[in-house]
Design a protein around this ligand. Structure first.
Ligand code: NDP
Length: 333
């Protein structure tokens, strides 16, 4: 039973050295427990924060201990009446080929509603983040302009499509020409900008938003946000979802400060963590599933195969290697 432990804390961009593979004997399920075979492992940008020491909204990973996160797994031994053998579950589990669980925090998932992996994506944390952040904080209205940064990722692809479903004009930023084409041609974004090659990001965003910006769903921060702040319309709403451009920073980034722009436009800027909305998860999953089944929402995944690929898939998030949700497939259901 191989697991991946945090070998050391990174400074700046993590490397493969921060991860150590450890092999131990396979566990078995005791009374009240299930043995779970890992099928899909989610790698997520927030895990970078957990590699640092110090308190955030989730406790840090411990050096020498297995990392953990969202996993879809299959019950392969059961001494727990709620989870018979063959049940597919999603939960917060360790990066191990097999986990033992007493059922706490596990959620059984249907095997026929959507691909099982979607419970780590569209119907899981990223989809819910898009749903609540956009619809509760940004509240896009028909004809308004919505800008989403990190538009081609797991959260961003859902945000853009939901904003279109609500009648908005949608502009996204992403890190490659392929992603720009995908956003416009596959997902129906009105405009998309490659922030890595745009000669002047401020001008590029301004040109894509001739009527200004009513909603900004921010996954990235940094210069893209600085460009958007100058374009805010009266009563603009900003959902602060992520700041991936600074997760590997070794010094606190100092940018143009947005306060005057927020003040002048009577704008709302609100940070949020998806778990703030945990009580409403069933509503979010139901709504996303319905739109998916009606063909109104698509969901892209970048899947690599093999447990040993987990660290590299995680590091790839910071190199923009994924379109949609980055997953590692460890075994088939
Ligand atoms: P993504 O699928 O969007 O993957 C990360 C993407 O970020 C990469 O594909 C890359 O795309 C982009 N990126 C990486 N480094 C940089 C950089 N320096 N500058 C700009 N873009 C960069 O991840 P998620 O959809 O899972 O998460 C998106 C954001 O939402 C993250 O900031 C995450 O922390 C946050 N989040 C917040 C939650 C909350 O509860 N508030 C919950 C879930 C996610 P590209 O090619 O475009 O550079």
């Amino acid at each position: 039973n191989t697991s991946i432990v945090l070998a050391s804390r990174p400074k700046g961009m993590p490397t493969a050295e921060q991860f150590r593979f450890v092999t131990a004997e396979a566990p078995t399920a005791q009374a009240g427990q299930v043995l779970l075979k890992t099928l899909y492992v989610s790698v997520d940008p927030y895990m970078r924060g957990r590699m640092n020491e110090g308190k955030s909204y989730v406790p840090p990973f411990a050096v020498g201990e297995a990392l953990n996160g969202g996993v879809v797994a299959e019950v392969v031994e059961s001494q727990h009446e709620q989870y018979p053998v063959g049940t597919a579950v999603v939960g917060h589990l360790e990066w191990r080929e097999y986990n033992v669980s007493d059922g706490r925090g596990l959620q059984a998932i249907p095997t026929d509603a959507a691909p099982l992996s979607y419970f780590l994506g569209l119907l899981g944390m990223p989809g819910l983040t898009a749903y609540f952040g956009l619809l509760d904080i940004c509240r896009p209205q028909p004809g308004e302009t919505v800008v989403v940064s990190g538009a081609a990722g797991a959260v961003g692809t859902v945000v853009g499509q939901l904003a279109k479903l609500h009648g908005a004009r949608v502009v996204g930023t992403a890190g490659s020409d392929e992603k720009v084409v995908y956003l416009k041609e596959q997902l129906g974004f009105d405009e998309a900008i490659n922030y890595k090659t745009a000669p002047d990001i401020k001008r590029a965003i301004a040109a894509a938003c001739p009527s200004g910006v009513d909603c900004y769903f921010d996954n990235v921060g940094g210069p893209i946000s600085d460009a958007v702040y100058g374009l805010l319309n009266k009563h603009a709403r900003i959902a602060l979802c992520g700041q991936i451009s600074s997760y590997n920073a070794t010094e606190t980034p100092v940018g143009p400060r947005p306060e005057v722009k927020l003040l002048q436009s009577s704008a709302l800027m609100k940070g949020f963590i998806v778990s703030d909305y945990a009580a409403r998860n069933p509503e979010g999953i139901q709504a996303l599933l319905t739109w998916y089944k009606e063909g109104k929402l698509q969901f892209e995944e970048t899947v690599v195969d093999g447990f040993e690929q987990i660290p590299n898939a995680f590091l790839g998030l910071f190199r923009g290697e994924n379109t949609g949700k980055q997953l590692v497939r460890v075994a088939e259901y």
